[in-house]
Structures are given as C-alpha cells and as structure tokens.
Design a binder for this molecule. Structure first.
Ligand SMILES: O=P(O)(O)OC[C@H]1O[C@H](O)[C@H](O)[C@@H](O)[C@@H]1O
Length: 320
C-alpha cells in the first residue's frame, strides 16, 4: 500500500510498506520526488538508500542483494553506525574482566554487540516532513533504553535529512539518562562509482591513518604517502576532518563531502574475495562503490542529559 505523506507545489513524498518484511513488521520506505532530487529512505535503520540530484546518477550505491530483515543491516546507502563503530572493544574488556575477576559477567551470545551498533537495525519514526523550492527536509527519530548491556542509557537520536541539489545530513544524539555515556559513530556512506579503479581521493594524500587490515592489536599510524588506491580490499581510518573530494575519472563527476565534529574518515571496500563471501553483495557489487564514512571511530563523551551533533554535507558536480 502506498500513502501520500506530503504533496505540495514543491514535492511529493510517499510511503510504501516494504513487502520484504513480514505482516507484523511492516517497515515503510519513503520516496521523495522534488525538482532538485529523487530519494528513497528506509524507516528500518532510518537509512537513506538512494539520493539522486537532478542531472546526476545516484550518489549512493545500494546492493541488489541487500537484506530487508529484522536483525540485519541494509547493505548500501548511508547506514548509521551508532552507538558504536565496529565491533565494540568494550566487549573485549568485559571478557578480560571476567577472566581476571573470575566473576561471570560475560555477555551471552545474544548480548554480543552487533557490528556498528543497533541504530541501523531498528525501526525509526517520522517526526516531520516539509518541502520548499530548495528541497525536502525529513526529520526521523529513534528512542530507546536498555537496548544493550554495553549501552543501557536512555537516548534519543534525531536525524535530519535535507534533500535538494545537495544532501545535508545531521545526527543529533541525546543522552536522556542520568549516567554519562560514550559513543562512537559513522555516517557510513556507500558512494556509487564507475569502478574503484577510476577513483581518486587526493584529499587523503599526506593524511595519517590506522590500517584495520593489519593483524597487530596496536595499529601503527602510517602516513598516506602516495595517491590512495581504492582497488582491492581496503579498510582504513584516516585521522582527518578535512573536506574530502572523490573524483570519478570515467563518470566525470566529483563528490565533495564536508563533515562537522567527525575526527576520522573511514575508507572501506571489501575487494572481490571478501565480497564473494558476503551474501548481501551482488556479484561484482564491490566494483560499484567506495565507502568514505564521516566518523568518530574512538569513544567520545555523551554526558548525561546532553546532546551531541555530528553532520555532513554532500555535493555532486559533473566535470564535463
Ligand atoms: O559489514 P558491516 O558490518 O556493514 O561493516 C562493513 C565495514 O564497515 C566499515 O567500513 C569498517 O571499517 C569495516 O571493517 C567493515 O567491514
């Protein structure tokens, strides 16, 4: 069933129940149609899946084999990694405390932290939708408490997506509890490209990075000396908050990304061998994107009663 959520002189926003989900878990996908862009958003995960400014190819990549299923993250678009990025090293600390104290505080298998946190695997709500001649502004929210033993605090996330010629993407995180908390996070952008081999990201040259593929526990800091190659498996945290520019030399387009209050850029592509083991990436899909994520990969303070905001702006330009 499709419902019109907004229709005015500037835009139309419709909501369609996703048939991929069961009857009891009807999660809607929103479709935005505006003179300046087309976009799709999944309320499951509060995830922008597609953003196509008028006159351009889609800025975002979405797997043709993405899972739309409770307990799974949707592969593509901009998943939100929150309240932790990656595996959550606090789970390791909990395990070593158990070993040293002998107390059985180990997390059960159901409590093991899911990679990149729980926000991308929960149904979000629509707070508001509005449209003017510049674009559509969509505000989504997610509230919860006792969501995970490693993150029991009451919280509210408010995600504001301004969709027009450009994308403005704001994530406000409120700690509604009386206990201080820490978060790590990423706006996990899957950028559609003609092929990673055709991509240059000169803005990463000279930037220090930690290589997540290194098997050493303490990862040495390296400097990106030459032009970065996005071909093959790559998984790096670049310690920079500078503006990034992705140039696609075949599609002749440039994507500029500005982040605010994010200390890292994460560059990730699984490469062919790993992608072939991932059920939710279609054949050859890893040759169609690079992830460049605006992130705080290290724990950050989220004090009791306070709100912290991270954001990004994405602009696309044709070069020919
Ligand atoms: O498969 P996911 O949980 O979505 O994670 C996909 C990737 O996300 C990030 O970019 C991390 O740096 C990678 O280590 C991880 O493999």
């Amino acid at each position: 069933m499709t419902t019109i959520l907004l229709a005015n002189n500037f835009a139309q926003v419709t909501s369609t129940n996703l048939h991929h989900f069961s009857e009891v878990e009807r999660f809607a996908q929103l479709t935005i149609s505006h003179a300046h862009c087309q976009a799709n958003i999944s309320l499951y995960g509060g995830q922008l899946l597609s953003f196509q400014p008028t006159g351009h190819k889609d800025v975002l990549w979405l797997s043709k084999q993405a899972s739309y299923q409770t307990g799974k993250a949707i592969r593509g678009g901009i998943p939100l990694c929150w309240p932790w990025f990656g595996a959550n090293d606090k789970a390791d600390n909990q395990a070593s405390n158990t070993l040293s104290t002998g107390l059985n505080t180990e997390l059960s298998s159901q409590q093991k932290p899911v990679n990149h946190g729980f926000a991308r695997q929960l149904p979000w709500s629509i707070e508001s939708i509005s449209a003017d001649e510049q674009g559509v502004t969509l505000v989504l929210s997610l509230t919860g408490e006792d969501q995970h033993p490693l993150w029991p605090n009451a919280y509210k996330l408010t995600q504001t997506l301004f969709l027009g010629q450009q994308l403005k993407h704001v994530l406000a995180m409120s700690n509604l509890s009386q206990q201080d908390a820490q978060y790590s996070a990423a706006l996990h952008n899957y950028f559609a490209v003609s092929n990673p081999a055709n991509v240059s990201i000169d803005t990463l040259t000279g930037v220090s990075y930690s290589d997540k593929l290194s098997d050493k526990k303490v990862k040495a800091l390296s400097i990106q000396q030459q032009a970065v190659s996005c071909v093959g498996e790559i998984d790096r945290e670049y310690h920079s908050s500078a503006k990034m520019t992705i140039v696609d030399n075949l599609w002749q387009r440039q994507i500029d990304i500005v982040s605010h209050h994010c200390q890292q850029w994460v560059l990730w592509n699984p490469g062919v061998a790993l992608a072939n083991t991932m059920a939710d990436i279609h054949q050859g899909g890893e040759q169609e994107y690079v992830c460049l994520e605006a992130a705080n990969t290290r724990w950050q303070a989220l004090p009791a009663g306070e709100t912290v905001v991270i954001s990004q702006e994405i602009n696309v330009t044709n070069l020919d």
